[in-house]
Design a protein around this ligand. Structure first.
Ligand SMILES: [Zn+2]
Length: 151
């Protein structure tokens, strides 16, 4: 097995917290897979979502452990919020046959920009209304406990 760039306790915390956020959103059917491959250099995180399988592949930055506590927490919240609008993506992609290539690119660029802004907006909102700082800290404490049990 190749070595994960995220340490085991942090992995357990991320999974725990990600499931908490999804549960808060009423998205209880999903399985989150924390991938060994890092996200692209310019992103703290990214997701690959397979709605038909209820699987979210989560990719996180190579330098994850250098990011601030708040940035790491916000990144997970942000990435989980992408699950909610996934179906809308297909409305946009389904327009492809009706558009010229430059129009497709233009639409996707604008859509992407607006989605990122919306997701950030909701991540900030949720953080305040759902005590996400506390959830993140509690997930860290639980991760320590479960780590001991499996050893
Ligand atoms: Zn995003």
């Amino acid at each position: 097995m190749s070595k994960h760039h995220i340490k085991p306790r942090e992995q357990r915390r991320i999974m725990d917290y990600a499931m908490k956020v999804l549960g808060t959103l009423g998205e209880n059917k999903w399985r989150v897979l924390l991938m060994v491959e890092p996200s692209d250099d310019d992103a703290y995180g990214s997701v690959n979502i397979a709605p038909e399988k209820y699987v979210v592949e989560l990719y996180l930055a190579e330098n994850w452990h250098e990011l601030s506590n708040e940035t790491r927490r916000n990144t997970i919240t942000h990435e989980m919020l992408h699950v909610v609008h996934k179906r809308v993506d297909h409305v946009v992609y389904d327009l492809d046959p009706l558009l010229r290539h430059d129009e497709q690119t233009d639409l996707r660029t604008k859509y992407q920009r607006e989605i990122e802004l919306m997701v950030d907006h909701f991540a900030t909102f949720m953080s305040d209304t759902h005590s996400l700082t506390e959830e993140w800290d509690e997930a860290w404490a639980r991760a320590a406990k479960s780590g001991k049990e499996t050893r």
